[in-house]
Design a protein around this ligand. Sequence first.
Ligand code: IPE
Ligand code: IPE
Ligand code: MG
Ligand code: MG
Ligand code: MG
Length: 287
Amino acid sequence: MFQVRLKECSGIVEAMLDQVFETLPDSQVKDAMRYASTGGKRLRAFLVLESAALFHLPVAVSGYAAVAVELLHAYSLIHDDLPCMDDDDLRRGLPTVHVKWDQATAVLAGDGLQALAFECLTLLDLDPKIRINLIYGLAKAAGASGMVLGQAQDIAAETAPAPLTLEQITELQSNKTGALIRWSASAGAIMAAKDEKPLLDYANALGLAFQIQDDILDVEGDTALVGKRLQKDFSAGKATFVTLLGLDGAKTRAKELVALAQNALDCYDGDATALQEAARFVISRQS
Ligand code: IPE
Ligand code: IPE
Ligand code: MG
Ligand code: MG
Ligand code: MG
């Protein structure tokens, strides 16, 4: 069920992206933005659409929120790959934006994608108060109390005198990867003006499991499948969940988190099966 839904989400996002990009004038930066927003697993879009479906909100209502988070995520990846950040030349199996074009184009494409993400949220056909809640939430999740903070903590860790502790890594990841995942999974409840708590508990465990698997793939993944350069954390001498817990310890922790994520949604009496299956996917994924 999960794989079918994920594929559907991917199709929905691709079609909506075509529409959204049609509104932009032709330019090199537009081409780079479209290039960077293509592909990927679309897990964040899935979380938005599926959490919305839990409250019987159709794609016609939730679609722009799913597109928004994928645009924002694409921006974060372009900037993450820049030479001044992780200096990566491969993303989603293709050359990164600064390699295919140049660094100025990559910076601007990221900027453009972030603005476009918020533009998409303004198009949501929802009560204005709810729409503002969603926009506020994404701004908080993306900015210097969320993803940007996590990215800064991650970069700082590379030159820290001592490796980070497990507690520090957990906090860093909760900002770097967790914030966008939390926003995505709670978006349905926000749109439906329902209690977000079960979805936030789910997202906290899911986000952590997701990042542990990212760290595991960095060590034992296959570049051809993952579509990005591996052993990067290792060569940067970074403390990760794997260096702190060991490979087996990291895998055990990831499994415990999947159970936690799944249990958090038991209160929906079987209506959240696809979201629960997503938790298992997050730690078994090879890309
Ligand atoms: C990669 O995210 C960056 C992290 C937050 C670890 P994804 O693994 O979701 O990347 P795509 O969207 O599928 O390419
Ligand atoms: C990047 O984390 C997360 C964001 C883009 C916010 P990583 O640097 O670990 O992601 P990958 O491994 O390059 O995808
Ligand atoms: Mg990084
Ligand atoms: Mg990176
Ligand atoms: Mg990584």
